[in-house]
Design a protein around this ligand. Structure first.
Ligand code: NAD
Ligand code: TDX
Length: 353
């Protein structure tokens, strides 16, 4: 079992990174360094509860900026890097792929070089963990699963950029013996997810009684996992995962998009004392996403058998936790959607990038 002193997290102000930092801050005594560029998707206020603690440090840094990344690595000398930072939304990658190529490919390369340099004399016990996605494997029809051995077949600029970064991470292991691990996870849901992704977008539109846009026929399938279960798996990997290995992480919880939207409509109707079908009138089938992957389904036997990972949450419980979080944090939704938060960032952090 590995032990660390200093864990450097990239993208810690985004959805999964925020949940990860809160979780490890509570569960460990690590010094935690969070580096994040605070793009539209990163919210520094998410971590307000720990921002003044003496083992938490925030640095506003673009991971493509090699000079700054190197100086931060030299300053804190992390022995573990957990790399979440990415452009993460498929629709945005279709309309503007360049940021995805920069952050997901060049940014990952920049971090790998900095780690290689920092650990050049002794990489024993160190680890670079790269967070990736099941989308690198492409699209499934009605049957079959993605295994760690499935050939990569990415279809969107987002998934192609993640696939590319995965290959570069593996190359650093084979070529330079950099101690790396990779995880490929299915669709996450939970608190702090930016309301552009399916679940928080639908919850926020239901709250505002706005249209609920369902792409195509609504029969595309995603495998949904609660963010805390994903983060627990990441912890298992950084403690016990075999260097050079890839681990799939999944919810084993396949749901069509239209079923998910109906579930959210019904759950919110019940919480708001409305008729069961009250919000379903807002559902609008709209033009399909270009190159829309049909089905994702993960086989995660490897991490279960090798590392003893188990999910703690069933879907019904975790989706209630998620909906309740958004209902109790309507200001957070308003803040990130209205641009008020971005204005605040520019006022308070304009000189730090
Ligand atoms: P997110 O978009 O919510 O957060 C991304 C974070 O990265 C933000 O805080 C943003 O400010 C930061 N960032 C972006 N570009 C940066 C740059 N150039 N330099 C520094 N920071 C930068 O993303 P998420 O949903 O939390 O995803 C985190 C990771 O998990 C990503 O690597 C993503 O590919 C992967 N992943 C996500 C899911 C999912 O369902 N959300 C599933 C599997 C894998
Ligand atoms: O308005 C919508 N209507 C709709 O029908 C949106 C935003 C999405 N969809 C569909 C498209 C997908 O089939 O819902 C499904 C889920 O969409 P997203 O939430 O955008 O997620 P997806 O494209 O599956 O990618 C997500 O999972 C894997 C994350 O955004 C990625 O970062 C992660 O790697």
């Amino acid at each position: 079992m590995r032990k660390f002193d200093t864990v450097l997290v990239t993208g810690g102000c985004g959805f999964i990174g925020t949940n990860f930092i809160k979780y490890i801050f509570d569960k460990t005594n690590y010094k935690i360094i969070n580096i994040d560029a605070l793009t539209y998707a990163g919210n520094i206020k998410n971590l307000i509860d720990i921002e003044n603690k003496d083992r938490y440090f925030f640095e506003r840094v673009n991971i493509c900026d090699a000079k700054k990344v190197n100086s931060i690595f030299e300053k804190y000398k992390p022995d573990c890097i957990v790399h979440f930072a990415a452009e993460s939304h498929v629709d945005r990658s279709i309309f503007g792929p360049k940021d995805f190529i920069d952050t997901n490919i060049i940014g990952t390369f920049t971090l790998l070089e900095a780690a290689r340099n920092l650990w050049k004399d002794n990489a024993n016990g160190k680890l670079f963990h790269h967070i990736s996605t099941d989308e690198v494997y492409g699209s499934l029809s009605d049957t079959g699963y993605f295994y760690e051995t499935t050939a990569y077949d990415p279809r969107s600029p987002y998934s192609a950029s993640k696939a590319s970064s995965d290959h570069i991470v593996k190359a650093y292991y084979h070529t330079y013996n950099l101690p790396v691990t990779i995880s490929n996870c299915s669709n996450n849901y939970g608190p702090y997810q930016f309301p552009e992704k399916l679940i928080p977008l639908m919850i926020s539109n239901i709250i505002e009684e706005k249209d609920l846009p369902v792409y195509g026929d609504g029969k595309n399938i995603r495998d949904w996992i609660f963010v805390e279960d994903h983060n627990n798996a990441v912890l298992d990997i950084i403690y016990k995962g075999r260097v050079g290995e890839t681990y799939n992480i999944g919810g084993e919880n396949e749901i069509t998009n239209i079923d998910m939207v109906n579930i959210l409509c019904e759950k919110l109707a019940s919480k708001m004392n409305k008729d069961k079908d009250y919000y379903k009138r807002l559902i609008k089938f709209v033009k399909d996403r270009a190159g829309h992957d049909r089905r994702y389904a993960i086989n995660c036997d490897k991490i279960k058998k090798e590392l003893g990972w188990k999910r703690q949450y069933d879907f019904n419980t975790a989706i209630d936790i998620t909906i309740d979080w958004y209902l109790n944090n309507k200001e957070w939704i308003y803040d990130v959607k209205s641009g008020e938060y971005q204005k605040w960032i520019e006022l308070n952090y304009s000189n730090s990038l």
